[in-house]
Design a protein around this ligand. Structure first.
Ligand SMILES: [Zn+2]
Length: 565
């Protein structure tokens, strides 16, 4: 049977379960609504297994493993009958990456009231650089405490109050202003309580410091508010990656990083400030930046190189609204060669993270292509360098091939659940966008419920490739199997949690993330089917998903509303 015939047969069996949307939907979509698409678990295993095999050398950007990966992805897209969706009619988009590595600091110190204290790297201060220079230097720059460093007009909140940061070192608190708030404080709930907003992410704080021309940015580390210890902060060892940027887009920050709680305590005390008191003040909208009467000096030699990498893009052109794009995404890269074990060379090949996501996207592409052509174009993006900081998707989003304002949605697959069928599906970023309503609709049609991620304070919503699009206003949906415990048909929530614990504890970013006989992809098939159904529906619709009130990204999308009339 052809895929369409099979889908049609299934559709006839399941029409009773389908919601109202189904009347106008094609066969495969109707069956998806009943949780039965032609998404094939064996094909998923085959693709993930190939990409994670030794031949692909762990798929690190810029290696021979990348060349093989790119060739394989293009071959699969071609075999599916998709069209090239990259730059100039090709399959790819070149993504040059900047790789920097700090050497031993020549100087690293702070001076307060004529007294100079040497800081030890990385014990007291951990920094890295994203400037393409051979020396990362700060020379006696004034330090300014900016509280949480949040500028959120939609929340009537501005920590900066016009404070000039040009050439200065901005010192931030971790997380967002209501994270540590008591229930009765005016700020409580203003930044979604324990749920992290983008203002709580360290990436936001460094971006905000750079927007204001600061030369340095330091975040005062706290284990609880960060969600991880100092060992995690210092683990990259002075290494960092960025996309290669135009000179005018290079960050103003020579150094960015964290100051340990102890070193910060001493700095503030020496400067005659009470850090505990300032923390409380920073939870008020009336907070004003506090110049610390301290200066920072640092000189780090830097080794830098440009790594050439690529995104791969394929498309199915839309028939009547080809300029409107429904985009799927997953990342092809992993960690490459890992530290060798007793058997010698090993690769950290990310079979689940995210070869399986790529496989899911390929299966969605296959079904989509087997269907009658959609009204809107559907683009499939295999990103590079997600593991280096969402860089392939970031590069795309700052130099998009399809206009951001008419990109209908970005649907991302990154790590799928491999523990079998589930009674629910996980939602990351509850309350952000209207695509969560689509998720609920199609999950219901599958007889499943929606469960919000278990630890929204970890800010997973800001930590996968969909976010590169989200921060520019594109509505997004992320499918990520480790964002909480799913209620497994076999074993319930307990078994779901056990799977998450085992994967994140042993395999995440480790050699153990390999295709395994223990994989049961029935749950992944359900989740991929859901993403297929949501995208297939959007590709045949005129509607524009959006952001909900209170989302950090609603305003930026609305700026381009005219392009979507
Ligand atoms: Zn990933």
């Amino acid at each position: 049977m052809t895929a369409t015939a099979k889908a049609l047969a299934l559709a006839l069996l399941t029409t009773a379960a389908a919601p109202a949307l189904a009347q106008t939907a094609p066969e495969t979509l109707r069956t998806a609504q009943a949780g039965q698409t032609g998404i094939d678990a064996e094909t998923l295993t085959e693709i993930a297994g190939t990409l994670a095999s030794d031949q692909f050398e762990g798929r690190a950007p810029g290696t021979a493993g990348e060349d093989k990966t790119i060739g394989y992805l293009i071959g699969r897209f071609e075999a599916l009958g998709l069209e090239p969706g990259g730059v100039d009619g090709g399959w790819t988009q070149a993504v040059p990456l900047l790789h920097t590595q700090l050497g031993t600091p020549e100087t690293l110190q702070v001076t307060v009231g004529g007294q100079t204290t040497d800081w030890t790297f990385p014990r007291d201060v951990y920094v890295s650089t994203l400037q393409p220079k051979n020396m990362a230097a700060i020379d006696g720059a004034d330090m300014v405490f900016v509280g949480y460093g949040v500028d959120a007009p939609e929340r009537q909140w501005d920590d900066f109050k016009g404070q000039d940061l040009k050439g200065k070192v901005a010192v931030f608190l971790v997380n967002d202003p209501d994270f540590a708030a008591q229930q009765n404080e005016p700020v409580s709930g203003k930044f979604k309580g324990r749920t992290m907003t983008y203002y709580g992410r360290w990436t936001y704080k460094f971006e905000e410091a750079a927007r204001r021309g600061a030369i340095g940015a330091l975040i005062v580390h706290e284990t609880e508010a960060a969600g991880y210890g100092w060992n995690v902060v210092e683990s990259p060892g002075g290494e960092n990656y960025d996309i290669v940027r135009q000179p005018e887009d290079v960050t103003s920050l020579a150094l960015q990083g964290w100051i340990s709680g102890d070193a910060a305590q001493k700095l503030f005390a020496d400067a005659g400030q009470d850090l505990a008191k300032l923390r409380t003040q920073a939870r008020s909208a009336s907070f004003r930046p506090v110049p610390l009467k301290a200066t920072m000096t640092a000189r780090f030699p830097v080794t830098q190189e440009v790594v050439k990498s690529q995104n791969v893009l394929a498309k199915i052109p839309g028939t009547t609204r080809p300029g409107e794009v429904v985009m799927y995404g997953a990342h092809w890269d992993a960690y490459g060669e890992g530290p060798p074990d007793e058997n010698g060379k090993i690769y950290r090949a990310g079979a689940n993270d995210d070869a399986l996501g790529i496989a899911g996207m390929m299966e969605i592409a296959r079904l989509m292509k087997a269907d009658e052509a959609p009204k809107r174009s559907v683009v499939f993006a295999a990103w590079t360098a997600e593991e280096r900081g969402l860089l392939g998707s970031e590069y795309y989003a700052q130099d998009p091939i399809y206009p951001i304002e008419t990109t209908v949605a970005n649907l991302t697959l990154d790590i799928l659940q491999t523990a079998g069928k589930a009674k629910d599906v996980l939602l990351i970023g509850k309350g952000q966008g209207t695509l969560e309503d689509d998720l609920a609709t199609y999950a219901k049609a599958q007889g499943r419920t929606v469960t919000p991620e278990s630890l929204p304070e970890r800010g997973l919503f800001y930590r996968a490739d969909h976010f590169s699009m989200a921060k520019r206003g594109v509505p997004v949906l992320l499918m990520m199997g480790i964002s909480g415990a799913t209620d497994l048909v076999d074993g319930g929530k307990e078994a779901g949690q056990a799977w998450v614990d085992a994967y994140t504890g042993n395999c995440y970013h480790q050699a153990c993330d390999a295709v395994s006989d223990d994989w049961d992809l029935a749950g992944a098939v359900q989740d991929i089917s859901l993403m297929y159904a949501i995208g297939a529906d959007l590709a045949r619709s005129d509607r524009w998903p959006g952001w909900k009130d209170g989302s950090e990204f609603k305003a930026i999308r609305e700026e381009t509303a005219a392009a979507r009339r």
